[in-house]
Write a protein that binds this ligand. Structure first.
Ligand code: SD4
Length: 291
């Protein structure tokens, strides 16, 4: 069995390539990292990699992670500025024994020392979009933190190995130095080849409160199906935060177990995700709020 699942439709092109690599028996790490890097490279996605929206002070600070489900090794970067593919830096860090999570200038220095390419990640289009959204947010009284599109991809290869990777420019209007869940192990991603993997997208400040991805994997280990684990974690977290604070941000997750069974849950109206497995062709699904 092999399988791949990704948040959002934007991952479609990368996932298509990854699915053919996995079906040809290629290892999961490469398939997943290449698929996330394809999303990072695409200039029209405003929430990931090149063309991502800047922080308040005009820099594109990117977060990314990679986790190997065989060894539980992970690597992650936060607030990385002007390096072409944060997910590749995260993957390289997962091979180090220490310094698994590097942020800011230190992450950039390490990436450069390893030969990763510098690239100006801020585009004119992103600047214009940022300004337009700021105006709309003020004019319409919207919350600046609404809307989300982090890419998270889980792969299962024909040898039974699993991995997960994430990449994001974080929340719109975030402050300089702000980290969300995407580079935080257990929150934005978790992967154990003996069980399964999960990844999240939405308001990191809330996803982190539930250690969301770890909790989904833990529930799969206890015998829940991926769908049961995804639904129960998202809606229990939502109820918990609503009862304590009276508000909750967007929470969306996808997960897969090591048999290629998958699940997805969201507390927003609709959330798209993409799946392909040995037993089903590439499909874009629309998850709906079910609570
Ligand atoms: C974060 N979870 O930084 C990410 C945001 C997200 O598209 O999903 N953005 O909190």
């Amino acid at each position: 069995m092999w399988g791949i699942i990704a948040t959002w439709r934007m991952a479609l092109e990368g996932v298509t390539e990854a699915a053919s690599a996995l079906s040809a028996g290629q290892p999961t790490a490469r398939a997943v990292v290449d698929a996330v890097a394809a999303v990072e490279d695409f200039p029209l996605y405003k929430s990931v990699g090149y063309g991502g929206l800047p922080t308040e002070n005009g820099e594109v600070e990117l977060d990314a992670a990679f986790m190997d489900g065989d060894t539980l090794a992970f690597g992650a970067v936060g607030n990385l500025v002007d390096i072409a593919n944060p997910v590749r830096v995260a993957h390289a860090l997962s091979r180090q024994r220490y310094n698994s999570l590097l942020v800011g200038e230190g992450a950039r220095e390490w990436a450069l020392s390893q030969g990763f390419a510098e690239k100006t990640m801020l585009t004119d289009r992103a600047i214009q979009h940022y300004r337009k959204r700021c105006r709309e947010t003020l004019d319409k009284g919207l919350s600046p933190y609404d809307g989300h599109d982090t890419v998270g991809i889980i792969g299962l290869d024909a040898h039974g190995s699993m991995s997960v990777a994430t990449s994001t420019s974080g929340l719109f209007m975030k402050k300089r130095g702000r980290l969300g869940d995407s580079p935080i192990i257990g929150s934005g991603f978790y992967c154990d080849s003996q069980i399964g993997a999960a990844t999240a997208t939405g308001v990191g400040e809330d996803l982190m409160k539930g250690c969301t991805s770890y909790e989904i994997v833990r529930r799969m280990a206890q015998g829940m199906t991926p769908q049961q684990a995804a639904d129960s974690v998202v809606f229990e977290l939502e109820d918990n935060l609503m009862s304590r604070f009276g508000r909750v941000g967007d929470l969306s997750v996808v997960c897969m177990n090591n048999r290629g069974e998958f699940g997805a849950a969201t507390n927003i109206k609709t959330f798209t995700f993409t799946v392909a497995t040995a037993s089903q062709p590439l499909t874009v699904y629309l998850a709906e709020r079910r609570h």
